[in-house]
Design a protein around this ligand. Structure first.
Ligand code: IPE
Ligand code: IPE
Ligand code: MG
Length: 280
């Protein structure tokens, strides 16, 4: 697959924007709360499901742009455990759209070495949806390009509870329940995302300033980016803007930035910088 920088031509609206992005400091993992489909439809006096339908295109273009940029992991929040509260007809449309996406997208995923994975309690999905999802996961499991995690029937708290219960169950089976202690490593290793790095950048569309139970554990030090753009209007330009903003952030992880060290005693400054760098 051609890199984004090879595909864009001078005159393309994204050409200049892409040129301002530092290819050496890209986020490894981008997570997106794809929100605002219903409002997009409402503004056009269309039924909510029309917004969901219009949300498929941006999924495709975002996956493609991330693959072209060389991002390692993209996690997309498609359906939360709380979304079951919605009318049945809306939920059924979401499953139909997922099946439509999976059915149509497989050749493209294969061509671009994209690996699809899912996070969430898949056992609650309608059997046909689950079977098709698992078939695409299996078919793409050997791909080594962009990894796309679809969060479906996903809840952050539920994930942590499942992880802890998994640890307890294993200890019980191995007869070491009495001495059991959990730590950050053992919980992280039991999460659905155990094999992915934590998200560097979390994007939420539609302006809502909340996390809505997404990746609670993993976003401890993610950079947050909220755009007013509704998900059906999200496009590669929007993604590039988010990445550019991410590259302006100073990720301190509780330490100090180089600017923050101004005024520190020069004899100690070296040690401080070393401490910060080695903690990353
Ligand atoms: C996001 O759009 C898609 C899902 C949650 C499945 P919404 O359907 O939440 O759209 P709004 O927030 O009502 O506009
Ligand atoms: C979060 O959006 C879930 C997904 C994008 C799948 P919601 O629309 O469900 O979140 P709230 O209800 O506004 O918090
Ligand atoms: Mg919403």
């Amino acid at each position: 697959m051609k890199a984004l920088f090879e595909v864009l031509q001078p005159g393309d609206p994204d050409f200049e924007l892409a040129g301002t992005i530092d290819p050496h400091r890209l986020p490894k993992h981008i997570a997106i709360i794809m929100d605002g489909n219903g409002r997009w439809a409402n503004r056009r006096s269309l039924p909510r499901v029309a917004g969901h339908r219009a949300g498929v295109g941006p999924v495709r273009s975002t996956v493609e742009t991330c693959a072209r940029l060389g991002i390692d992991v993209l996690t997309l929040y498609a359906f939360s455990v709380e979304n079951w509260k919605r009318p049945r007809a809306e939920i059924e449309t979401l499953w139909r759209l997922l099946r439509f996406y999976l059915g149509k997208e497989l050749p493209e995923l294969q061509k671009n070495a994209i690996r699809l994975q899912a996070i969430g309690r898949l056992e609650a999905l309608p059997p046909k949806v689950r079977a098709e999802l698992e078939a695409v996961i299996e078919a793409t499991s050997h791909n080594r390009g962009l990894r796309v995690n679809l969060a479906i029937n996903y809840g952050g708290r539920m994930e942590i509870v499942d992880a802890v219960n998994g640890i307890i169950e294993r200890a019980r089976l191995e007869g070491r329940l009495d001495a059991l202690r959990v730590d950050e490593e053992s919980i992280a290793a039991q999460l659905y995302t155990a094999t992915s790095p934590d998200p560097d950048l979390l994007i939420r569309t539609s302006g809502e300033m909340r996390i809505s139970n997404f990746l609670l554990w993993q976003i401890a030090y993610s950079e947050l980016y909220v755009t007013e753009t509704l998900w059906p209007d999200f496009n590669p330009t929007e993604l590039l803007k988010a990445i550019l903003e991410y590259q302006k952030r100073d990720r301190r992880y509780g330490g100090l930035s180089r600017e923050g060290l101004n005024g520190a005693r020069p004899d100690r400054e070296e040690n401080l910088i070393e401490a910060i760098v080695s903690s990353r």
